[in-house]
Design a protein around this ligand. Structure first.
Ligand code: DON
Length: 331
């Protein structure tokens, strides 16, 4: 489905862009067989490896969708962007950044190596699990539902509905969470957590198990592309400073130990999750050229077959292709 004008200019008609995106999705779908479904959360193994879909929503409301766009999936690590945002809104940026750094690690998302070897005062960044669990512990509230209320409110404000929790995925992760428990105990030993460990982990597993759609991802990305403001209403949903900080972190740390390559070859802030989702953010471009979505857009990609870093293998290739063809790189 395509809505609205993609560009004022006549060459970039909706039909023209739709055909292009359809072709690219079909082309990159074959790369899904080079990846694997996440196995350490058993429920994620029920996904279909061959799925690949993309939704793009422009700041002007234009939308292009292609491929498997109607498969709900859990947000997983993409939630880390939004719990970081909510923590900054609740506690203030300085408070949060005193407790989690903004440096990429070059290590896997669930690594604890640097924390132990370098005797850090705080986790490297809010998108590795150690940092994300620390940030989750900063959220206000005495129960996981209380802690997550502002996150759900933020989603509801942007998406227009309260996304559900996938209870099966939540239980599946909770029952098999040995690595995250190990990380959690280590964080307790270092004195980084501001809430009880069980409460923090329950909250973290719940935030990862929020079920969303590709349209939701693209809409969330579009708000970030517009520095936290809803372009339709002009309302500030996320403070500008916080939205920009989140985007800087997405660019430097969002794809874990593939963040450098993603910045070099794709060049847009993005965040992945092990269920196969990627949120990507293309800010407005200051060019006087005929480029698709020149006013900025949010992009959601879903492809559950993952590469070794835990990122959607076909999704990354599709994004790389589109970013190159449409000159989306921020550099
Ligand atoms: O904590 C975990 O392991 C998962 N709930 C989320 C990890 C994740 O999505 C990493 N992303 N690629």
């Amino acid at each position: 489905m395509v809505q609205g004008a993609v560009n004022q200019n006549t060459k970039l008609t909706k039909e023209w862009l739709q055909n292009y995106v359809d072709d690219w999705v079909n082309f990159y779908r074959k790369h899904t067989n080079e990846g694997e479904l996440a196995s350490y959360i058993p429920m994620l193994q029920q996904s279909n490896k061959e799925h690949l879909g993309i939704t793009i929503i422009g700041n002007n409301g234009a939308m292009i969708e292609s491929g498997d766009v109607n498969i709900p999936f859990t947000i997983q690590s993409i939630s880390k962007v939004f719990t970081f945002i909510v923590a900054c809104m609740e506690r203030g940026v300085t408070y949060v950044l005193d407790r989690v750094d903004v440096e990429p690690t070059g290590e896997a998302f669930n690594s604890i190596m640097h924390l132990e070897m370098k005797q850090l005062k705080k986790p490297f960044n809010p998108f590795i699990n150690a940092g994300a669990i620390t940030v989750t512990s900063l959220l206000n509230g005495k129960t996981s539902d209380e802690k997550l209320k502002p996150l759900f409110q933020l989603f509801e404000e942007i998406l227009g509905y309260h996304p559900p929790l996938n209870v099966d995925v939540f239980k599946s992760e909770k029952e098999t969470s040995v690595r995250n428990r190990a990380i959690g105990y280590y964080l307790v030993e270092l004195g980084y957590l501001e809430s009880d460990l069980d409460l923090t982990l329950e909250t973290y597993f719940k935030q990862c198990s929020i079920e969303i759609s590709l349209q939701d991802l693209a809409r969330l990305g579009m708000i970030l592309a517009n520095d936290g403001e809803d372009p339709k209403t002009g309302l500030e949903i996320i403070p500008r400073q916080v939205a920009r900080l989140a985007k800087a972190l997405m660019l430097t740390c969002g794809m874990y130990d593939a963040s450098g390559k993603f910045a070099a070859y794709v060049g847009i802030p993005a965040k992945s999750g092990v269920s196969g989702g990627i949120i990507a953010v293309s800010p407005p471009r200051a060019r006087n050229e005929e480029l698709p979505f020149i006013n900025g857009c949010g992009i959601g990609v879903y492809g559950p077959a993952l590469d070794q870093q835990g990122n959607s293998i076909a999704g990354i290739r599709l994004l790389r292709h589109i970013a190159k063809q449409w000159d989306l790189s921020i550099f």
